[in-house]
Design a binder for this molecule. Structure first.
Ligand SMILES: [Zn+2]
Length: 339
């Protein structure tokens, strides 16, 4: 879907300048987001999606800083909540999954340029206590590519559990949150240790990192406990994952706001969840975040962000195409998310 939009619209994206888009669309506040920049090999992400190279990330920051102002989070939230637009086009960055590369690489760059950012944490993974199940799949794919002698065994194991795909890699990528224990069992069969990966590579931010980054002005929010796809779990489980993770991040790291970014996507999340989330008497979060791109939202406390990864296109073209897509859809009244 996204690909076809790029294919059809990208020839035009060089014609107009960003400021024209910002003015025509009336959308002057954007929220681009990332996970991690590949300053070093990221085996846990490698088989899942394309990350930004340091060069691409720096060029994204240059483009954003030239065409937009960076904005303080609290100011951006107030403007969004009041359904206003900032005087000048502005951007607020965020980073999902709480990865330690942010502390070592992205944060120093952002501090140098004075660019604020939000970081969303999975509470079960802070301090490298556990690993996101999709990262486990990526690591096993890498391990099996290097040690193909155990592929046959893993294929038999998956077949025994009703998983028959084109190959073992597709089988690993098909594992969902609800059967994620199969990844732990598969790791045992091929003698791979996630614990050792966590202990040696330390892919996640530590409590010390988070406290230090927080003192330097970065804001932290929650990204659920252990990254389920919300459309695949019950509403009770959605509420539990949200409430516990938001409270943990806010209290443990003394954050001024309760922020929550949906793991994977907010697509398929019901109105009932949002009603519960923004319940006036006992809201689960002050602001929540999706990743559906430049869209209008019916809730003035739910913010859609622009994914900046997954494709080998410059940040400039991603943002311009989001604007074009938004404008094209507005012609048909389709740029608002309906639930
Ligand atoms: Zn995530």
């Amino acid at each position: 879907m996204k690909k076809s939009v790029f294919n059809t619209l990208s020839p035009f994206s060089n014609v107009l300048t960003s400021s024209i888009y910002q003015n025509i669309s009336g959308k002057k506040l954007i929220f681009p987001f990332y996970h991690s920049v590949a300053f070093e090999p990221l085996l846990h992400i490698e088989s899942l999606y394309k990350t930004r190279t340091p060069k691409e990330f720096k060029s994204d920051l240059d483009y954003l800083s030239k065409q937009f102002n960076s904005i303080e989070p609290q100011k951006a939230f107030q403007i969004y909540k009041d359904k206003q637009q900032p005087q000048k086009p502005s951007f607020l960055l965020s980073f999902d999954d709480g990865l330690s590369g942010f502390y070592h690489h992205e944060a120093p760059l952002l501090l140098e340029k004075g660019i604020p950012a939000l970081i969303f944490l999975n509470t079960a993974f802070i301090d490298n206590k556990d690993l996101f199940y999709r990262y486990k799949a990526s690591l096993l794919i890498n391990h099996l590519k290097e040690n193909p002698e155990t592929i046959r065994l893993i294929n038999v194991f998956f077949a025994d559990n009703g998983i028959v795909k084109k190959d073992v890699f597709e089988a690993l990528l098909s594992i969902k949150y609800t059967n994620k224990d199969l990844l732990d069992k598969a790791a045992k069969i091929c003698d791979y240790s996630f614990k050792e990966f966590l202990e040696t590579k330390k892919p996640y931010l530590s409590t010390e990192h988070i406290n230090e980054l927080s003192k330097k002005g970065f804001l932290f929010g929650a990204h659920s406990i252990d990254h389920p796809k919300y459309s695949e779990i019950s509403i009770d489980e959605q509420i539990k994952q949200t409430q516990i993770s938001v409270e943990t991040v806010k209290n443990k790291f003394n954050q001024p706001l309760s922020l929550f970014a949906f793991p994977f996507t907010d697509s398929g999340v019901s109105i009932n969840f949002f009603d519960e989330c923004f319940n006036e008497n006992r809201p689960l979060a002050d602001f929540t975040f999706g990743g559906a791109g430049l869209k209008n939202e019916q809730y003035n406390r739910h913010i859609q962000r622009i994914p900046m990864e997954g494709i080998g296109v410059s940040g400039k073209n991603i943002i311009k195409t989001e604007y074009l897509y938004f404008l094209a859809k507005s012609v048909f009244g389709k740029n608002s998310i309906k639930r």
